[in-house]
Design a protein around this ligand. Structure first.
Ligand code: HSE
Length: 430
């Protein structure tokens, strides 16, 4: 039965995502009302630039005073799409204190302060939903939190940043260098004027922290995520990857250790076999591969950014929170009961592709192989190409710990016959 009193919704931010949320709330009003069981009413919109024309939004709803808006006391749901840590954090906690539930798209805030925000929501008996914080329209938070709640997730392996996937895909398909591909991504509007958050892996690391926390029922903060950007990936790395039947992707990898006693979360470029489903994720698309005990392998794929796709996730949360509100209940909060230790990168075990520039003379290969053996790193394949007394040596290892590999590389650098370590790339997804 339809309740006639509408659910009052305040929007914090009316940029690319916020304006789409407002538009869909208006154009799909009847469907949203039918699905929730009550109409939803846009009760206020907090913006920084009040003079900007905002089509379809009653100018009387616009305010620059976001604090006064969230303190009104009659709001049911606050939608936060302003991003960043402050004032978003204070506005969200103030919204809880004044009786509203919150839907947020703020990955940086959730990755940094998710536990405190969940605690605030619980203290006030309110919902905190954030499907839009990770991979835009792709349903990930709810499947991990609810659909897979009865399973045991062992691994989440994902492309969660569209900008970097666009750049790497361009490098792969055209042979372009990093800068050339970045320039094209900027010209097409994929990369921001300052691309640091994307290309240095900060954006993906925040998403990895959120995914790992939910997947492993353990608090994983941004600081727990090992992060390496993709600015050092070269056309030569792609050529090496091709020779191995691989491509290169910036991956967010959240793993349970084999003994189940700890977890790790990391973001870095890695080679993956062309046969892996993530290898065929092109352009600015995102995809996340989830491996669980009972379900086996699942793949989630779609647009990971942009106004409409992100608004789709926000509105899904709005409907869920609206239903909870009408039912006088709340949805699942933070689940961190497992409290597994988050191990450092040194304990991660994977395979490596290492390119070395060496002197081409008797005994060099044996010297290099000895260093690997001394550090307990087993070699899978070695390929050498010599030219004018120098050689390029490509070593692919069996699975080894990052700490053992790091020790190996440090020792290799000290050999007189090793002129340089041209690249080190992890090999994933095998
Ligand atoms: N800048 C991100 C990306 C989108 O390129 O995927 C928002 O997280």
């Amino acid at each position: 039965m339809m309740r006639t009193r509408p659910l009052k919704v305040a929007l914090l931010g009316c940029g690319v995502v916020g304006s789409e949320v407002a538009r869909i709330m208006t154009t799909h009003a009847d469907d949203l009302a039918a699905r929730i069981g009550a109409p939803v009413e846009l009760a206020g919109v907090a913006v920084r630039r009040p003079d900007k024309v905002r089509e379809g939004i009653d100018p009387a709803l616009i305010t620059t005073d976001a604090t006064a808006l969230v303190k009104r006391g009659d709001l049911d749901i606050v939608v936060e799409v302003i991003g960043g840590i402050e004032p978003a954090r204070t506005l969200i906690t103030t919204a809880f204190e004044h009786g509203a539930s919150v839907v947020s798209a703020n990955k940086a805030l959730l990755a940094q302060d998710g536990a405190a925000l969940h605690a605030a929501a619980e203290e006030h008996g309110k919902d905190l939903y954030y499907e839009a914080a990770v991979a835009g329209a792709i349903p990930l938070i709810r499947p991990l939190r609810e659909s897979l709640a009865g399973d045991k997730v062992n691994r989440v392996l994902g492309i969660v940043n569209g900008t970097t996937n666009f750049i790497l895909d361009k490098m792969d398909s055209t042979g372009a260098g990093y800068q050339e591909a970045l320039d094209e991504a900027t010209a097409l509007g994929y990369a921001e004027a300052d691309p640091t958050a994307d290309v240095e892996g900060f954006d993906a690391a925040a998403k990895a922290a959120i995914l790992a926390g939910i997947a492993f029922h353990t608090r994983v903060r941004l600081d727990d995520v090992h992060r390496e950007g993709m600015t050092e990936v070269t056309a030569a790395d792609f050529a090496s990857a091709k020779e191995m039947g691989c491509t290169i992707k910036l991956l967010a990898i959240c793993e349970r250790a084999e003994d189940g006693a700890s977890v790790t979360a990391r973001v870095h470029p890695a080679m993956i076999p062309l046969s892996h489903p993530l290898a065929s994720v092109r352009g600015a698309y995102n995809a996340v591969f989830v491996e669980s005990d009972a379900s086996g392998q699942l793949m989630f794929y779609g647009p990971g950014a942009g106004g409409s796709p992100t608004a789709s996730a926000v509105l899904g949360d709005l409907v869920a929170v609206g239903r909870n509100r009408l039912g006088g209940t709340t949805g699942p909060g933070e689940s961190a009961y497992a409290a597994l230790p988050v191990s450092s990168m040194g304990e991660v075990v994977t395979r490596y592709h290492i390119s070395l520039d060496v002197a081409d003379k008797p005994g060099v290969l044996a010297q290099v192989a000895t260093v690997f053996a001394e550090h307990g790193v087993s070699i899978d394949t070695v390929r050498q190409q010599g030219k004018d007394g120098e050689a390029s040596l490509v070593v692919v290892t069996h699975r080894a710990s990052d700490a053992a590999l790091g020790g190996t590389v440090e020792a290799l650098r000290k050999l007189d016959t090793v002129r340089g370590v041209a690249s080190i790339m992890r090999v994933e997804g095998e």
